[in-house]
Design a protein around this ligand. Structure first.
Ligand SMILES: Nc1ncnc2c1ncn2[C@@H]1O[C@H](COP(=O)(O)OP(=O)(O)OP(=O)(O)O)[C@@H](O)[C@H]1O
Ligand SMILES: [Mg+2]
Length: 214
């Protein structure tokens, strides 16, 4: 099931907020500014879930809402969704994307593509107990091709699954922790945009490359 997969991240974030609220209150950290900040974080997750629910109905229809969007803005909105969880997990993200790069496709689906990749990195960081956790998101344009690269230093994809990770139900995670749907869904999203997605292991992590024609 795709929808529960897409809701996992916002539900995790909302759970984290509700845990935090209690402990921060006990510690006397809750003031007006705290509440405003917390509510913004909660609202952005709820909005994301609502949009996802709406868009999901159209996922398998070829004519789902397509628009032109700025890649940097989209990446920043994704990072806003994960910022508190990533902070809690000591993960930093470097973004090197020129403001002028635009893509054409379904914005919400593209957000999920990036979310799936960076949340996998988060899982790998935690499984491998990596120190100095960093993700680099870079984009470049060459003629009519846009290249998006997402690289982590989480130790790389296990060799026994790397050739199959874009297929459905391929997972190395225990039941309850992973379903093997994330990258399958990601590949479907890229395919709908007539692009390609590939992965290689580099020195200390995994490096995903998405190629899209302008
Ligand atoms: N950045 C990464 N570093 C190391 N291994 C990875 C990374 N990304 C993916 N993998 C491997 O690829 C497998 C498939 O990933 P995928 O996102 O499709 O499924 P999952 O994360 O296991 O489950 P789900 O996304 O459905 O919760 C993972 O189980 C993991 O073994
Ligand atoms: Mg995953």
């Amino acid at each position: 099931m795709l929808l529960p997969h897409q809701w996992k991240q916002p539900l995790n974030a909302l759970t984290m907020y509700s845990d935090l609220l209690h402990s921060d209150f006990e510690e006397g950290n809750v003031d007006k500014a705290y509440i405003d900040d917390m509510l913004e974080g909660v609202q952005v997750q709820i909005d994301h879930m609502t949009t996802t629910l709406g868009e999901f109905r159209n996922f398998f229809r070829p004519n789902s809402t397509v628009s032109t969007f700025e890649l940097l803005k989209l990446v920043n909105s994704v990072l806003f969704l994960v910022k508190d969880e990533f902070m809690k997990n000591s993960i930093t993200v470097d973004v090197q994307i020129d403001k002028t790069i635009t893509l054409e496709g379904n914005e919400n689906e593209f957000k999920h593509l990036i979310l799936n990749i960076i949340n996998n990195a988060k899982d790998a960081f935690n499984e491998q107990e990596i120190k100095g956790r960093n993700i680099v998101i870079e984009a470049s344009q060459d003629g009519d091709t846009t290249q998006l690269n997402i690289q982590d230093n989480a130790g790389g994809i296990p060799e026994n699954v790397i050739a199959h990770i874009f297929e459905a139900n391929v997972t190395t995670k225990e039941a309850g922790k992973g379903t093997g749907i994330g990258l399958y869904m990601s590949a479907q999203i890229v395919e709908k945009m007539n692009g390609t997605i590939t992965v290689v292991n580099v020195d200390d992590g995994a490096s995903f490359t998405i190629l899209l024609k302008v």
